[in-house]
Design a protein around this ligand. Sequence first.
Ligand code: BEZ
Length: 339
Amino acid sequence: MKKLKSIGLLLIVSIMVLATAACSGNVSVKSSSKSEQGASYNFKLAHITPTDHMWHKAAEKFKEELESRSGGRMKLEIYPASQLGTEADMVQQISAGSVDFGFITAAYLSSRAEAFTAWFAPYAFKDLQAANEARDTEIAKKILATMGDQGIKGLDYLFAGSRVMLFKDKEVLKPEDMKGLKFRVTPSPPLQEFYKSLGASPESLPLPEVYAAIQTGVIDGMDMDLDSAITNKYHEVVEYGAVTNHMVWPAVAMINKASYDKMPEEDQKIIDEAIKAAADYSAETRSAQEEDFKKTLSDEGMNIYEIDDELFQPYIKDFDNKFGPADPLIQEFLDTFRK
Ligand code: BEZ
C-alpha cells in the first residue's frame, strides 16, 4: 500500500513537472515538434541595464504587449541589471534555450558576428529618428540574420540614444584634443578602433566598473549614452559632456531560434508585433528625451556642449576604409546610409 502511494505521488509530481515544462518557453527548444495552437508560455528575458534605463522600460513594454496580444497566454519574467551574468553569459543561455529572450548590445555582438560593426559607423545617421527608420531596411534585417548560426533569431533593434563623450576635467573641443587620453570604451572592436584613430588610449571597461575608474582617475573620460550618464550618476564625477551623438546605440532583441521556429505562426506574429511595439516605444520615447537629458546633466553641474561633426570627417573615412572591405554586409550598410 505504502509502495502504491509512493508510485502515485511520483506520478503526480512527474505530471506536474511535465505540465509546467509544457507551459514554459524553454521546454519547446528540446522537442522538435511544433508547439500547439493556443499553447501557454512562461518566457524569460535578460538584459544588462538598470531598471531606470530605457531598455528595461522597453522590456516592460514588450511584456505588456505580449500578455495583452496573447490574451494572457504569454507571460514574461524580466531579469535586468546583469542578474543572469554578463552579455556573453546571456547569449550563451539564449543559444542553449535556458533563457528565451535577450536585449543584447550590438556593441557586444560585434565581437561575435562582425556585421554588427556596421551600426557603429560614425555619423551614419543625422539623428535617432533616422537610425530608427533604418531598422526596416533589408540590410538591417540581413545583419540580424547573421545570428542564425549561433542558434539565435535576431528580432529587432532598440535604440537608447546615441553615444556622447564625457571628460573628467578637460574640455575637449576637437578630435586632436583626445590624444593620449585614457578613455573608457565599451569592449567592442569598432568602438575601440574609432578611438584609437582619434589618438586616445582606449580602456576596455564594462559599465559597472566605470564610475570608480573615473572617480579615481584611472580613466580621463568615457564613451557613453546620455541615458546611462544619468542612471549611473556620472555627473557626480565628470565635468564636461560633449554631446557628439557620433554613433547610434542599439540593443538587439533576440530569441532562441529553435524555440521561435517551432511556434505556430500566430504566436510568432504576436512576438514580432510585440517587439516592434517595444522598439518603436524605445526610440520615440528616447528621441523626445534628448533635450531633457541634456538639461538634467547641466542642472547637475556638467558642462554640456557640442563639437562640430565636420571635424571628424577624416576619422569617418578611416573607419569606412577599415571596416567596409572587411565584410560585405558592412559595405552594404555604408553604401545604403552614407549618401
Ligand atoms: C556601455 O557599455 O556603455 C553601455 C552598456 C549598456 C547600456 C548602456 C551603456
